[in-house]
Write a protein that binds this ligand. Structure first.
Ligand code: AHM
Ligand code: MG
Length: 334
């Protein structure tokens, strides 16, 4: 712990770094912080409380089963954000349509939030780390009017802040507002996030590759060759790399922030655009990765430069240590 600084204090002290009106950002983040605390306490009980476990019987917009905790988490974040009056619209993995707040406070809200309230939900039942990931943008439509599609479809480069919460062996909130990445660890006994990881810098090279290798037969030949490259014996380049795949993007990338490596979810013949969603999974993680000195790409261009066309669109994703992602891009290009 660094001098016992809390997340709340850190935001107030550093909100000068946030390029917009003071107070707005801290109010927005406090909504996310509060919802994360409530969700954390429910996740810790998930094995005990029948109501929160298992499927709810409906499917989300991606055609995937919705778990009860997904639905609960979605309602929680939407409620917390709505109550702060800074937000005019929310897009969530769990909501087919974007939500726009059209009461007076909502119309005057300056920010758009895109969120995956629970990422890695298939891991809930087996007690493996899951997370929340969010991206924050300034609206581009005039204040006082309802949020428009264009507000939601901004390229990741326009994010003003992004972050994730990892509910793991400890719970952490990691965020950036464009001036470095800082991590805060939750002390559940007093309900406070403390600054524990100041100015996180991702190693430029690493020795871990992270991919669902069960999809190998469906990958392109170039992708298959890169996987073989990861496993070749070459001590000069730390190969063979170790394989690590939790199956929870936030957890796999959290490890990558701290230890370096490359995390990959490529396109395949089964899913040409891969699985991960550009707007509320890849963009916020890519912003954090670049802020930590790493690189995030779809194989040919930086994730943050992609112009979105649909709220729920997917993209191949390669993120992590800069040298490793560049090597991957080179392999896919040749
Ligand atoms: P989700 O948002 O429905 O939980 O799906 C996203 C998750 C990522 O966290 C993870 O990296 C990926 O799905 C794992 O997918 P797979 O089981 O295909 O490897
Ligand atoms: Mg999800």
């Amino acid at each position: 712990m660094n001098n016992l600084i809390t997340l709340g204090e850190f935001i107030i002290k550093n909100q000068g770094d946030f390029p917009y009106a003071k107070g707005e950002f801290s109010s927005l983040l406090s909504a996310i912080r509060l919802a994360a605390k409530v969700l954390n306490s429910q996740i810790n009980k998930a094995g005990l409380v029948d109501d929160l476990m298992g499927h709810i019987g409906s499917v989300n917009v991606q055609g995937e089963d919705q778990k009860k905790l997904d639905v609960y988490a979605n309602e929680l974040f939407v409620k917390a954000l709505k109550a702060r009056h800074q937000v005019c619209g929310i897009a969530s993995e769990e909501e087919e349509k974007t939500i726009t707040f059209e009461n007076e406070e909502g119309l005057n809200g300056k920010y758009i939030v895109l969120i995956d309230p629970i990422d890695g939900s298939s891991n809930i039942e087996v007690n493996v780390s899951i997370g929340t990931v969010f991206a924050i943008y300034r609206r581009i439509s005039p204040i006082g009017t309802p949020a428009t599609k264009a507000d939601f479809l901004q390229p990741g480069r326009k994010q003003v802040a992004a972050g994730y919460v990892i509910y793991g062996s400890s719970t952490m909130l990691v965020f950036t507002s464009g001036n470095g990445v800082n991590g805060f660890t939750y002390d559940p006994s007093i309900g406070v996030f403390y600054l524990s990881h100041r100015n996180i810098q991702m190693p430029k090279s690493g020795a871990i590759y992270s991919i669902n290798e069960g999809n190998y037969p469906y990958f392109s030949h170039k992708m298959q060759s890169y996987i073989e490259y990861c496993k070749e014996h070459d001590p000069g380049t730390n190969r063979p790399y170790s394989g690590r795949y939790i199956g929870s993007m936030i957890s796999d990338l959290h490890r990558t922030f701290l230890k370096g490596g490359i995390y990959m979810y490529p396109g395949s013949t089964k899913a040409p655009e891969g699985k991960l969603r550009l707007l509320y999974e890849c963009n916020p993680m890519a912003f954090l990765i670049e802020e930590a000195g790493g690189r995030a790409s779809n194989g040919t261009m930086p994730i943050l430069d992609i112009q979105p066309t649909e709220v729920h669109q997917r993209t191949p994703f390669f993120g992590g240590s800069e040298n490793m992602v560049r090597q991957l891009e080179k392999s896919l290009a040749t």
